[in-house]
Write a protein that binds this ligand. Structure first.
Ligand code: PBG
Length: 326
């Protein structure tokens, strides 16, 4: 019997000379649901029964991993749906694990889909009415946010997730999650850090899909300034120090320079997130007959891989896997 370790799980995503793909999915409460996401043609919100079928199909295509985003039926100030034992993501993982073998189930660890205001952490009361931009410490209650992020990751791992991926851009999130997992007998669960996450307009369609657009302010106090390239190396170094197993750059295509800079510095596997806005632009142009979808998607993936990403998270993943088989 093989021993499951952080390394052996990460190894399933490493494909020498090529890139491996992670397919993202959105899951909602209910039955028989397949809601199209308007700004992302070909992407749907699935209820758990349909999601299980999709993941089984992805596995058949040779996709090694999926990442799950949950849309809860209720949101509140403390994001309780994110870490509830019967939360939407927790139930989805259990259902997938029961039916589909040999595909990694990765979870996004963030609060924005679960908070009533749509921010990625617990917002300080005084910050809610402020009209001028806030610093992170003025805006977010970091201590409580880290506690809730760790609780979220823990509940997802307990439900059967193979890997957790914190995306809230809160200082110390990898460390807090690592400590919580280690303390709870989940030392073998690796962490993929969304280490370098810029404050980007390219996330627009995702926020439609996940119903997570902030109700006030923006994410600039915790996501990175697009004009600052050097900050990427500091963020990656911090995540590695906190013991991340995989580091990520996000978005991908407008940040190829950042992917390359990180790749040149870091030995850990490097992922890039080809985000919703990148996807939406290609789909819109292809629908109009202005570009050749297959050719342009494969060229974009080649560019992201050439820049240095060995793992690519993309809504095109299943299409690419299908094309690889043609
Ligand atoms: C959660 C999260 C977001 C994305 C991944 N995880 C949204 C955000 O930060 O606003 C975006 C992915 C995409 O645009 O495809 N924080």
């Amino acid at each position: 019997m093989s021993i499951v370790s952080r390394k052996s799980i990460v190894q399933k995503l490493v494909r020498p000379q090529d890139y491996s793909l992670i397919m993202p999915y959105f899951v909602v409460e209910g039955k028989g649901i397949k809601n199209p996401v308007k700004s992302m043609p070909g992407v749907f919100q699935f209820s758990i029964d349909n999601l299980v079928k999709e993941v089984a199909a992805a596995k058949k295509l040779g996709i090694p991993a999926v990442i799950i985003f949950g849309i809860p039926s209720k949101k509140d100030l403390l994001a309780t749906g994110a870490y509830a034992a019967d939360g939407i993501v927790q139930k989805a993982i259990e259902a997938i694990k029961k039916k589909v073998k040999d595909i990694l189930v990765i979870t996004d660890v963030c609060l924005c889909e679960y908070t009533s205001h749509g921010h990625c952490g617990v917002v300080k009361e005084a910050a809610k009415t402020k009209t001028t931009p806030c610093s992170l410490s003025e805006f977010i209650d970091l201590k409580q946010t880290l506690k809730l992020l760790a609780e979220t990751a823990l509940s997802q791992a307990r439900a059967g997730a193979d890997m957790v991926a914190p995306s809230a851009m809160m200082h110390g999130q990898v460390k807090a999650i690592r400590a919580a997992l280690d303390k709870s007998g989940l030392k073998h669960i690796p962490i993929m850090g969304y280490s370098v996450k810029y404050a980007s307009a390219f996330y627009g369609p995702f926020r439609d899909a996940a119903l997570s657009a902030p109700k006030f302010g923006d994410r600039s106090s915790y996501q990175l300034n697009p004009s600052d390239g050097d900050v990427s190396l500091k963020e990656v170094a911090a995540d590695i120090k906190e013991d991340a197993d995989i580091v990520m750059v996000k978005p991908a295509l407008p940040y190829l320079d950042i992917i390359r800079r990180v790749k040149d510095k870091v030995k850990l596997p490097l992922a890039a997130y080809n985000v919703s806005g990148e996807y939406a632009m290609v789909k819109a142009a292809a629908k109009n007959g202005w570009v050749d979808e297959k050719k342009i998607v494969l060229e974009i993936m080649t560019a992201i891989h050439r820049a240095g990403a060995g793992i690519i998270i993309s809504y095109h993943a299943c299409d690419i896997a299908r094309w690889r088989k043609e």
